[in-house]
Design a protein around this ligand. Sequence first.
Ligand SMILES: CC(C)(COP(=O)(O)OP(=O)(O)OC[C@H]1O[C@@H](n2cnc3c(N)ncnc32)[C@H](O)[C@@H]1OP(=O)(O)O)[C@@H](O)C(=O)NCCC(=O)NCCS
Length: 409
Amino acid sequence: MQPRSARIVGWGYYAPQRVLTNADLEQLVDTSDEWIRTRTGIRERRVAAPWESTTSLASVAARRALAVADVDPAEVDLILVATVTPDYQFPSTAALVKEVIGSPRAAAMDLAAACSGWVYALTSAHAYVMSGMYRTVLVIGAEVLSRVTDFTDRNTCVLFGDGAGAALVQASDEPGGGLLGFELTVDPSGAYNIWVPAGGNRNPTTPATLERRGHYIRMDGRETYRYSTRTLASSALTAIRRAGLTPDDIALFVPHQANIRIIESVAKQLGLAPDRVYVNVDRYGNTSAASVPIALSEAVERGRVQPGDRLVFVAFGAGYTSGAAVLEWTADPAASARAAAIGPDVVVRAPRDWTADDPTPPELRPFFAAREEAAARREEAAAGSSADEARTASPGSATPTSVPTEVHA
Ligand SMILES: CC(C)(COP(=O)(O)OP(=O)(O)OC[C@H]1O[C@@H](n2cnc3c(N)ncnc32)[C@H](O)[C@@H]1OP(=O)(O)O)[C@@H](O)C(=O)NCCC(=O)NCCS
């Protein structure tokens, strides 16, 4: 039976705990906190720990979305993971997420539309549900961009961060709510303006591609800036018109978090006051496909979204792609609290014959090593003094600060 609407019933996000600040970047490349803040709005971004990957980040966000919706993983029919930083070329990240969250009957696939990926995936989920093919679809955006970022290139390394966000889309027999209008575009004239030249089949990995640092993001920032300010507003307006609405009807605009100046320019073109625009680029930087679902989940959690609100999601990215979707919110925002029960640790099964080295970019290791050692010493000291107080001191009994999320088959 075909449903009457496809609604977001769960939402969740996860950002790794390691924080990379503008002050850290000042030590790596010729930049300044002032330059980064005024040109981009970014203050800090998150970086995945050695045992984390796109699969693990995506799985935490997905489990939180399922908890918020109070839906059993066994009910999931399809898992879509929007990402340009999959764990492997294959299998898909979605297949690995399926194993982690335990959804026995789910189909699973990745979707690559760069920073627009989650908006593309959301419209795909809508189509699957409204056609009657599937009732429950997990729509995840997840990236570990730190592992394809060149931390010797000041043009790009200040912009990107790691994270994951997820929404659970479910069929409803109630009319109204869900996706009201959308617009997806691709302009391949910008295909080589943000790209990773090597590691695909056109330029397989060789000593020469490594030498040229071809496995990292390359970007023409000015061209991309021009494209984004032109396209975001027109994509959003088209989606809003298709929904039979005007920008005045939009309660909250949830844009891709690439640069505060881009967000402000688009808001101005649409005539939206700052209180109708959600911004968190200052804390996470650009997390590509994860950016919109992280922003949405945070906005709901912080009481910025109420049932009946019309929201606009809009993103742009490599390709060039753009995606806009207008959605009527129906869920109870108070359900966000259920995500708190889901911790950051998940178990991703590791391959039998391959042991991963620490994938943290070598330039970043000293920052985290120093901080994590200091934190471990503080914890040890705290454990020692409380043990002393209890007169039951037992050396070496401090709780480990990190929990590896890989087990071997
Ligand atoms: C990258 C971006 C922030 C640069 O800001 P900008 O105001 O356009 O700056 P410009 O590109 O004009 O560069 C100005 C100068 O700053 C320099 N610069 C670049 N990055 C710098 C950094 N991190 N610190 C200090 N100076 C920097 C440039 O080399 C340039 O110097 P030059 O004039 O001597 O050549 C901006 O173009 C942008 O946000 N583009 C979109 C990028 C994006 O969103 N990508 C992801 C898409 S999903």
